[in-house]
Write a protein that binds this ligand. Sequence first.
Ligand code: SOE
Length: 396
Amino acid sequence: MTTAKTLRVGMVGYAFMGAAHSHAWRTAPRFFDLPLQPQLTAVAGRNADGVRAAADKLGWDSVETDWRRLIERDDIDLIDICTPGNTHAEIAIAALEAGKHVLCEKPLANSVEEAERMTLAAETAAKNGVFSMCGFSYRRTPALALAKRFVEQGRLGEIRHIRAQYLQDWLSDANAPMTWRLDKSKSGSGSLGDIGAHSIDAAQWVTGLNISGVSAMLETFVRERPLAGDLVGLGGHGDLSSDAPRGAVTVDDAAIFSAKFDGGTSAGAIGVFEATRYALGRKNAMRLEVNGTKGSLAFDFEEMNVLSFYDAAESPDAGFRRIFVTEPEHPYVGNWWPTGHGLGYEHGFTHQVVDLVTSIGEGRQPEPSFADALQVQRVLAAVESSAANSSQWQKV
Ligand code: SOE
């Protein structure tokens, strides 16, 4: 029996991300020793039947139909925000002002202005031991965490090139329905913020370098799609009749940009980024390649348990070595299965909970902080502004 104190969680939203977070809250204390024991105290959603069904399925003790009630409740310590971006700022700031810790899905907000207000609220709350974190969950993929460890150990030397792609294909069907992810007023941007934000965060985090300027291009291939009522989740393939009412897609379908990195000892690093949901056959190819003066590393989430590493000190024909990141000495892995067995998509969210709860329990600011996520938001804004100005160079 555990003697750990509790951390009572109230989650807002219960679709794809809500399910992933629920699984993480339930699972983390079963595989990791945590200083606080998470409790799935309440979940909030506007649809009374929907939120009740989600609570039963995902394991929450009670429901609310207004997120404000979660914040008023004194039996809740942390608010977990799993809703579209247009709601993040209001919920996060209200929660922090009420003294509740916050976990907020990515991207942090729909604008730099919102992200700045959230960061100010976060920094004020942190002075009173109330913490916040943004959910860039890919940081917690063991192979990417190992990549960061290699960079910190100096095994890549000085960083020259960063190549980041995030390729999916779930929108390639022109009849796939409209979802909130395609509505700028809800999502802020399209592929850029939904998946490109992950690449930006991962590239900056793994290398320890920040993007200082960009030149960008955005494209929307399909400008109208069938309306799909209250559809949640990603949407999938369209089986709606061709005369179904259609709605305007107001976000980018694809984003491409080149970038310059600042900071660290590698003032000269340059990068290329690509994010799209139209790369047929690529399902969740979140890829990162880094070339340094001593070696290179490459990662692809479609083979998430592998990190490829090239060490220039070895014979040139040794090539890239495929490291199976499935061993107890690798980040997070020792708490799971016997050597060699591998992990999945959901583990990133579980590790996110582990890191968050550990930081809160130890009274430390968790990472990525809202300030870290604000830096990503500034890059997103610079990309949009460059693209709107014929790819003109835009400082971040
Ligand atoms: C959809 O493109 C999506 O679910 C993103 O919203 C997530 O952040 C990413 O993990 C997978 O793809």
